[in-house]
Design a protein around this ligand. Sequence first.
Ligand SMILES: N[C@@H](CCC(=O)N[C@@H](CS)C(=O)NCC(=O)O)C(=O)O
Length: 209
Amino acid sequence: MMETLAALAPMALTLYGAPRSRAALVRWYLGEKGIPCDDVTIDLAAGEQRASAFLAINPFGKVPALVDDAFSLGDGQPLALFESGAILLHLAEHHARESDSPAWRSLTAQWILFANATLGPAMVAASTRPQEIQRLLAALDPLLAEGRSLLAPLGGAPAWGAADCAVQGYLAYLPLFCKDLDLSPYPAIQASIAATTARAAYKSAMGLA
Ligand SMILES: N[C@@H](CCC(=O)N[C@@H](CS)C(=O)NCC(=O)O)C(=O)O
C-alpha cells in the first residue's frame, strides 16, 4: 500500500522509499520473504526528504529508512533505521529469521558491507577506474559458480537471503551502471544477473512486473 508522508498511519513495519532508490532492494527482500510492510513514498524531487517529519526518522534525509514498531527504544519511540544494509540485516535477523547462528550473522554482515562499501563504489567509479570493478568481479565469479549461495561456506543448502539480496541486487545493476563493461569473462555473474532479473519479487520491487 502506498501512502504519502503526510498520510502516514502507524503499522508494524514502515518503509520510506522513493522510485529508483536503494529502497527497491529492501522492497525486493520484503517481497521474497513475504514480510508485510507499509510503503511511504518520499518525493525526493520535491525535497520531502528534508521535511522535519522525515528528518526525525533519518537525520541525514536519505532513503531508504525503516520504522519498526515491534521494537521500542528507551524513550518509548519505535526503532527507526537508515542505511539499506542495516535495514536488510535487521529484517533478516528479526523478521525473516534467516538463522540465529553467529557465523551466519557475521557472514551476512560481511556480504552486505561488501555490497554497499566495496562493490557499489567500484561500480560508480567503473568508467574512471575499470581495473577495480574487474578485479572484484573476477574474484566474485567463482564464488557464484553453478548458482552457489554466497553463504555456501556455512554448509547445507542456504536459502536465498539478505547476503544474496545485497550482492546480487548490485550485480543486477551492472548492465545499467557499467554499460561499457564486458561481462563475458564472468559467466557466473552473468547467470546471477539473469536469475535475479527473472525473479517475480525482484520484478515487482523494481517496477518491472
Ligand atoms: N548508503 C545509503 C545511501 C542512501 C542514499 O544515498 N539514498 C539516496 C537515494 S538512493 C537519497 O535518499 N538521496 C536523496 C538526497 O540525498 O537528498 C544506503 O544504502 O541506504
